[in-house]
Design a binder for this molecule. Structure first.
Ligand code: 13P
Length: 256
């Protein structure tokens, strides 16, 4: 049985004081929800303070990016070594990084290797663009992204995959549960081919793209979908709590 995960990607939102406020607002209630791994990914500058705020709770912490070198003259970058000291998870290869910061498959691969080497749990994001989806190329694009991200990596550690179709991110147009279940099934099949069946069966694969308290049930009802990577809706305490709560109830029910 795979433990579901709901991860909040705050993206480039919240000042340090706003981050403190948001975490304080949800800390106690979030901590009380069982059977779901609850991860929050605030901006780098708030990681240290949030780490202190959630100390002793069941809430886990993640970063949104990292650089692949351990240290040195890379002005402005954050290394795996620095993150390992602060948090447990790191989002890698988000489509916004691929789109605005020219992250190629090769860079994503280097970042994944660096994260795994230091023991961080990567949340690897893959997903097709609208035109690729419309051209019926979803399978091809997702497979290519997965293969280039994982190239030469022997052990996947605690790797988590997030399938985030680019056309569904921040648009209010979420994919359907059935569509996502099918694509995640394909991703799992690919992982089984690249590694083995057991690795694929144990791997948590999430959906991301306009997830809200109103549509989360549609996704977590599906057998292949192990939770969600939530953007906008993770910035509202009550909405994020509702998403986590529904996931706990539905997945708990499904597992009997
Ligand atoms: P939204 O939930 O705002 O669409 O963002 C999804 C996402 O990109 C999470 O990483």
């Amino acid at each position: 049985m795979r433990v579901p995960i709901i991860a909040g990607n705050w993206k480039m939102n919240t000042t340090v004081s706003e981050a403190i406020e948001l975490v304080s607002e949800m800390r106690r209630k979030l901590d009380e929800i069982d059977d779901v791994e609850k991860v929050i990914c605030p901006p780098f500058i708030s990681l240290a303070v949030v780490k202190e705020l959630i100390r002793g709770s069941s809430i886990r912490l993640g970063a949104q990016n990292l650089y692949f070198e351990e240290k040195g003259a890379y002005t402005g970058e954050i290394s795996p070594l620095m993150l390992a000291d602060l948090c447990e998870f790191v989002i890698i290869g988000h489509s916004e990084r691929r789109q605005y910061f020219n992250e190629t498959g090769e860079i994503v691969n280097k970042k994944l290797r660096a994260a795994l080497k230091i023991g961080l749990k990567p949340i690897l994001c893959i997903g097709e663009k609208l035109e690729e989806n419309e051209a019926g190329r979803t399978e091809e694009v997702v497979t290519e992204q997965l293969e280039s991200a994982l190239a030469g990596i022997g052990s996947l550690g605690g790797l988590i995959i997030a399938y985030e179709p680019v056309w569904a991110i921040g648009t209010g147009k979420a994919a359907t549960g059935r569509q996502v279940n099918e694509t995640i099934g394909l991703i799992r099949h690919n992982v089984a081919q690249l590694y083995d069946k057991e690795v694929a069966q144990q791997m948590r694969i999430l959906y991301g793209g306009s997830v809200t308290a109103d549509n989360i049930a549609e996704f977590v009802q599906q057998s292949e979908i192990d939770g969600a990577l939530v953007g906008g809706a993770s910035l509202k305490a009550s909405e994020f709590l509702s998403i986590v709560r529904q996931t706990s109830e539905i997945k708990g029910h499904l597992s009997g």
